[in-house]
Design a binder for this molecule. Structure first.
Ligand SMILES: Cc1cc2nc3c(=O)[nH]c(=O)nc-3n(C[C@H](O)[C@H](O)[C@H](O)COP(=O)(O)O)c2cc1C
Length: 130
């Protein structure tokens, strides 16, 4: 079974520093996740991050520990943990999900309710790109 974890968080910087951090995060994620059989997607805007991680539970636990101490974001909140028979993001070590779609504006998303989280994740899978 594949362990899947989703959370939201808030970037700590804006503007050029945000873009620079995001580029570094995606670069590092694509390398490390590729080495460690982790897949997933990152919805990123200055208004917030939503990330989905998929892999073995032990590997994702290590990554979550690192994420908790990463000062490029704050206020991590778990949205979903589940075991699945298949990955949703098997094609991507870390897909980027553009926040430009009207329903992906993070300051307007409401995460309360598991239906909404499921819908958000399905939408991220539709919009995922390299
Ligand atoms: C929003 C966000 C998402 C991240 N996603 C990943 C990821 O998918 N994979 C990864 O290896 N690091 C990711 N990182 C970076 C980790 O927080 C951390 O820098 C990385 O695991 C290296 O940690 P280390 O320098 O202590 O080894 C992310 C960071 C942020 C802020």
């Amino acid at each position: 079974m594949i362990y899947s974890y989703a959370y939201s968080s808030t970037p700590t910087v804006a503007g050029d520093a945000f873009e620079a951090n995001l580029a570094n995060i995606l670069d590092h994620s694509r390398w490390w996740n590729g080495e460690n059989d982790v897949t997933g997607a990152l919805l990123a805007s200055e208004g917030g991050f939503v990330q989905i991680l998929e892999g073995s539970q032990a590997t994702i636990a290590v990554l979550i520990d690192n994420l908790r101490y990463d000062c490029r974001h704050r206020s991590m909140q778990s949205l979903l943990t589940e075991f699945r028979s298949e990955r949703r993001f098997s094609r991507w070590a870390m897909a980027r999900v553009p926040a430009s779609a009207p329903d992906m504006q993070l300051d307007e998303l409401s995460f309360s309710g598991s239906d909404r989280v499921q819908r958000l994740i399905e939408r991220m899978a539709e919009l995922a790109e390299a």
